[in-house]
Design a protein around this ligand. Structure first.
Ligand code: G1P
Length: 294
């Protein structure tokens, strides 16, 4: 078992990405604030982090992402109007998401140098302790949430934990891919990993899915990490280096992954999550059925 000093308390959410795959919807709205059903993508991610026991979230933002900071703060006029109209259900629902005092920090990635660089930008706020990374493009529909499933493995094994999911072989070039060793249920030992392998060269079909628990030594590696795939500083490359000195375990979490940075993924998330909602499911099914009959 781990010592108390290695308890996981903090998470990094890299939210500086431009959302080019869903432009022009993201021209003036951060992609993380696009709605899925009736709340922003980011709302699902923050809920997942809090469910896993995360006490402090570090957002790595960029230009035109200011609305993200506002989203978790009071909106005094709106709140007063909802109260005056007696719409307390909506008000309570909205305010349940507010940041608690000191729960959130914001720092900027001033140049789009890649995911590894974005995570490195959070180094001073994280300090010398383990931290989670949640990619905010990806909603994982799971109970318990994906990060909570990873923390269960972390609490037993310590080290570094990476959430993975199987993808079709023809899609492996879009992801970080792990080179797996032995499997114990959903936990998989690893020999290595590679970011966006060329078609036909992937060591497996297990993709790095956007949920990580990492040790702070990753920051020292990221500091001098050369650019990799796509000319960007890649988190996967830094993890591959850290693997030489620290334990890594892949966890194939249970759940459905929705890539909301993509048009069809975002559409699918809306449909799938609306259909599951007790208050909306039947109406959503009735509204959508005609589109699938002919
Ligand atoms: C990033 C990571 C990649 C991971 C993917 C998951 O890539 O670099 O390892 O598999 O997220 O969505 P990106 O989608 O930013 O190109």
């Amino acid at each position: 078992m781990r010592s108390p000093s290695t308890r996981l308390r903090k998470a990094v959410l890299p939210v500086a990405g431009l959302g080019t795959r869903v432009l022009p919807g993201t021209k003036t709205t951060p992609k993380e604030l696009l709605n899925v059903v009736d709340r922003p993508i980011l709302s699902y991610i923050v809920e997942e982090a809090r469910e896993a026991g995360i006490e402090h979230i570090v957002f790595v933002t960029g230009r035109s992402k200011g609305a993200i900071e506002d989203y978790f703060d009071h909106q005094i006029e709106l709140e007063a109007q909802l109260l005056a109209k007696g719409k307390t259900d909506i008000l309570d629902n909205m305010n349940a998401e507010l940041a608690t005092a000191g729960e959130m920090s914001f720092t900027r990635q001033m140049q789009p140098l890649g995911l590894g660089h974005a995570v490195w930008c959070a180094r001073d706020i994280i300090g010398h302790e383990p931290f989670a990374v949640l990619l905010p493009d990806v909603i994982v529909d799971a109970a318990p949430g994906a990060l909570k499933q990873l923390t269960a493995a972390y609490d037993e094994l310590g080290g570094n934990i990476i959430g993975v999911e199987a993808v079709p072989a023809e899609d492996t070039h879009k992801y970080g891919i792990v080179d797996p060793l032995e499997r114990d249920g959903r936990r998989i030992g690893m020999r290595g990993m590679v970011e966006k392998p060329a078609q036909g060269t992937a060591p497996s079909n297990l993709s790095i899915a956007g949920r990580y628990i990492l040790q702070p030594e990753i920051f020292d590696i990221l500091q001098t990490q050369p650019r990799g795939a796509g000319g960007e500083i890649q988190l996967t490359d830094a993890m591959a280096t850290l693997m030489k000195t620290q334990g890594f375990t892949a966890v194939e979490y249970e759940g459905v992954t929705h890539d909301c940075g993509d048009k069809i993924g975002l559409l699918r998330a809306n449909v799938a999550l609306a259909l599951k909602r007790p208050d909306l499911g039947m109406a959503a099914r009735a509204a959508l059925t005609p589109y699938f009959n002919g």
